[in-house]
Every structure is written in C-alpha cells, then in structure tokens.
Design a protein around this ligand. Structure first.
Ligand code: IPM
Ligand code: MG
Length: 352
C-alpha cells in the first residue's frame, strides 16, 4: 500500500516529537512492505515567520492532496499579544475547517504502569479508557457574528455558538458508531438547562440514537456535572460526545488524569484527509531541549494507520510497542524520568 503523509511539524516541541513518530511510521512501512511518502509543510509561528501566514496556500494544497496529515503543535509566546486572527493557532483552526475534519477523537487511556502518576488515587483512575469525541469545525470557535466593537463608549466582544441539526447529527453518528466497537455507551454532553444551542443538541442526539442506534445506551450530562464526574469516577465513561469548546476543556481534563498529557494522541476525521496530532501543545519552555515526550505523537501516528489507511494490525503493533516501552520503566521528564525524546523513540522502534 502507498501512504502519502503531509508532515506539518509546526512550533516548539513539534519538530522533535514528529521526528520520532516519522521514524516509527518508516519502520512499520518498511517491515510490512508499504510505500511511505512524506512531504513537509509549514504551519503556525514557523509559517508566519517564513511566509507571513500561519497556513500558507502551499501547506493547504499539500494537506488536501495527502492521505493524512501528521501535525506536531502550533503556538509561540512571541505572538501572544496579537488578536486571534493573526496568531499561529489560526493556522490550525483554518486547517481543521478546510479539511472538514468535524470529529476529533481523543482517547484517554490510563496505562497500568502509570497509574501512580495520575493526580487521582490509583484506585480511582485504574481501568480508565474513555474516548472523547469532540465536534471540531463548529460552535463558538467558528460561529458568526464575532469580533470586538465599540458600543456606548466601551469595547464589547461577541462570539456565537451555532450548530445546525445536520452538524450535530454527523458528530453524534460518529460517536454512536465508535461506541458500537467499544462498550456501547454514549454520554452526550451539553448545557441544555441554559443554552438553546444545547437544547437542539440534546433533542437531535436523542432522536438519532433512537432511530439508528437503539443498541447503544445513551445518557445526557450537563457539562459542569461531566467535568466533576470525570474526576470522581472516570471509569464510568465509555464514549463522550460533545461540542467544540466543551470538548476542548474536557479533553485536557481527561488527558491529565491519565498521568501526563504528553502521552495522549488525537485523530481528527472528516470526509477525506485525516489530521493527527498529539493533544499537548507546543511547550515552548522545553522546546529544543530534547526532553519532550514523543509518545502522544507516536500514538497519533498509530491512529493514522488505523483510521486513514485501514492498517489495523500495524496500528495495534505500534500501540503494543508503546505499552512495552512504558512497562519497561523508561520514563520521559513529564513522568518524572530522564529518558530523552530520542531514547523513547528508539525504544519504541526496538520494541516494534
Ligand atoms: C486543542 C488546542 C487548540 C484548540 C488550540 C491550539 C487552538 O487547545 O487542540 O485542544 O483550542 O482546539
Ligand atoms: Mg485544547
């Protein structure tokens, strides 16, 4: 099989962690006789510096013409004072929109060997395996009208949370389908006691579940209560489906309870090209030091093999190799160890 992958390393630790994931992809493809073609493009602060645009047209063309995109991270403090429109993050937000990747899958799985690293007691976090399915191309992130204007002599800022029924249906359908391959339980998260938007969300998910997924158990939960229950009893969750901003917040919460956000991968799926990135950010404070944890990116590459290329065995082999490395006791700095980015990458290759 031929795999065409666009590599957008981005900012901060992005280049360091994606280098290790690329090495893993190369090894997998070599050993199973797949042909891997990787082409690099600029995104984020790196692209602003080089081309004055966080998502230059060439990068977008490259991404759209690839089978999948592997992304490191975007963001740099140098641009913190700029309005959202001009920041590195805008490149990522536009890329998501342009690729129509409306479903962001963020698994939060607690490795048994890492239970003691969770801020929660091991007996609470033990066995956690939840899949957060975040809507990624709608809601407050993209709704209009938006902006800051002057009104009655003072600035006034507006953002809009908008979802159509079809947007809700497609993300809910994704959640239900994924649940069918798991424990068949979906928790749909909203704020239906306050927001009309959430009322439509709840009604739509309920109808879709009854019509198309009667075999999947559906529960509705308010976002504030969900935030609490993820901490109180993470094991009770299987698939969590929610809108963009709620998902952004809950996925960081779910990530950290597994020990370190550095471990967690994500897949963003739509109609064509999938986008794969670790859940962590660009971490400018440790960039260039060679100590970033590459596991989140390596596991994102595994998700790419599974979801974009249908290579389930290869994906499972990478995941098994990562588990083996973790079980061996090798730890990066974010898990109180001293293994470098490269050492961890090499160990995964060895285990493969
Ligand atoms: C994430 C990040 C992004 C988001 C930022 C970098 C724009 O926090 O992927 O969760 O808010 O979606
Ligand atoms: Mg986030």
């Amino acid at each position: 099989m031929k795999l065409c992958v666009a590599l957008l390393a981005g900012d901060g630790i992005g280049p360091e962690v994606t280098a290790q994931a690329v090495a893993v992809l190369e090894a997998v493809c070599r050993s199973r006789s797949h042909q891997l073609e990787i082409a690099s493009g600029l995104i984020g602060a790196a692209a602003i510096r080089a081309a004055g645009d966080p998502l230059p047209p060439e990068t977008l063309t490259l991404a759209k013409s690839s089978g999948a995109v592997l992304l490191g991270a975007v963001g740099h403090p140098e641009f913190d004072a700029l309005p959202p429109e001009k920041r590195p993050e805008k490149g990522l937000l536009r890329l998501r929109k342009e690729l129509h990747v409306f479903a962001n899958l963020r698994p939060a799985i607690c490795f048994q060997a890492l239970e003691s690293f969770s801020p929660l007691r091991p007996e609470i976090v033990h066995g956690t395996n939840l899949l957060l399915v975040r809507e990624l191309t709608g809601g407050l992130y993209y709704g209009t009208p938006r902006g800051i204007s002057q009104e009655n002599g003072e600035p006034r800022a507006v953002n809009t949370m908008a979802y159509s029924r079809s947007e809700i249906e497609r993300i809910a359908r994704m959640g239900f389908k994924l649940a069918r391959g798991r424990k068949k339980r979906v928790v749909s998260v909203d704020k239906a006691n306050v927001l009309e938007n959430s009322q439509l969300w709840r009604e739509t998910v309920t109808q879709l579940g009854a019509a198309e997924f009667p075999d999947v158990q559906l529960e509705h939960m308010l976002v504030d209560s969900c935030a609490m229950q993820i901490i109180q009893n993470p094991r009770r969750f299987d698939v969590v489906v929610t809108e963009n901003l709620f998902g952004d917040i809950l996925s960081d919460e779910a990530a950290v309870l597994t020990g370190s956000i550095g471990m967690l991968p994500s897949a963003s799926l739509g109609e064509h090209t999938g986008l794969y990135e670790p859940v962590h950010g660009s971490a400018p404070d440790i960039a260039g030091k060679g100590i970033a944890n590459p596991i989140g990116t390596i596991l994102s590459a595994a998700m790419m093999l599974r979801h974009s290329f249908g290579l389930e065995q290869e994906a499972a082999a990478v995941e098994a190799a990562v588990t083996k490395v973790i079980d061996s006791g090798l730890r990066p700095k974010d898990l109180q160890g001293s293994a470098s980015t490269e050492e961890l990458g090499k160990a995964v290759l060895q285990a493969l």
